[in-house]
Ligand binder design. Structure first.
Ligand SMILES: Cc1cc2nc3c(=O)[nH]c(=O)nc-3n(C[C@H](O)[C@H](O)[C@H](O)COP(=O)(O)O)c2cc1C
Length: 137
């Protein structure tokens, strides 16, 4: 089986409630193991950052549902590659309301994914600044 890795950052819908995050987590806990998908979903500071790893077909199936999900928008995929091994052996949810205990190794993956997301958002800001330079006085 070829393993794939995908990560994106997105903005939660303005109306997103803690119960929505709980419903997303319930769907993921039900579906991801059946699809052999592991990873990390971070919901903090008004953004989602998600790492998904598993067979390509499973990631395609999941991403089709996730991209169409009205509970978030402005989805920006910043990592997409084949992988030798999984970064994480389970699916982790990390939110403003609910923080799982992470091992040191898992914490490193968490930090790396957050760094990747922030670098991608900084790139987006730079593109926007170039597209719309300040008006000359
Ligand atoms: C930010 C975000 C992350 C999500 N992550 C997952 C996930 O990892 N696994 C999953 O099954 N659904 C996830 N969902 C929910 C899916 O979009 C979808 O609602 C769910 O899989 C049920 O799909 P279905 O209605 O086609 O059965 C996520 C939704 C959002 C907004």
């Amino acid at each position: 089986m070829t393993l794939y890795r995908l990560a994106y950052v997105s903005k939660p819908a303005p109306t997103l409630a803690p119960s929505d995050v709980a419903a997303i987590a319930a769907a993921a806990r039900r579906r991801n193991p059946a699809l052999d998908v592991t990873g990390l979903l971070i919901h903090e500071f008004s953004r989602f950052i998600q790492l998904l790893e598993g067979p390509i077909d499973a990631l395609e199936t999941l991403m089709t549902a996730i991209i169409a999900d009205p509970r978030h928008h402005d989805i920006r995929i910043f990592l997409q590659q084949s992988a030798e091994t999984r970064s994480l052996s389970r699916w982790i949810l990390w939110t403003d309301f609910d923080r799982m205990a992470l091992t040191a190794e898992e914490m490193e993956v968490h930090e790396e994914i957050v760094r990747g997301a922030l670098a991608s958002l900084a790139e987006l800001d730079a593109e926007r600044c170039q597209a719309a330079p300040p008006a000359a006085i």
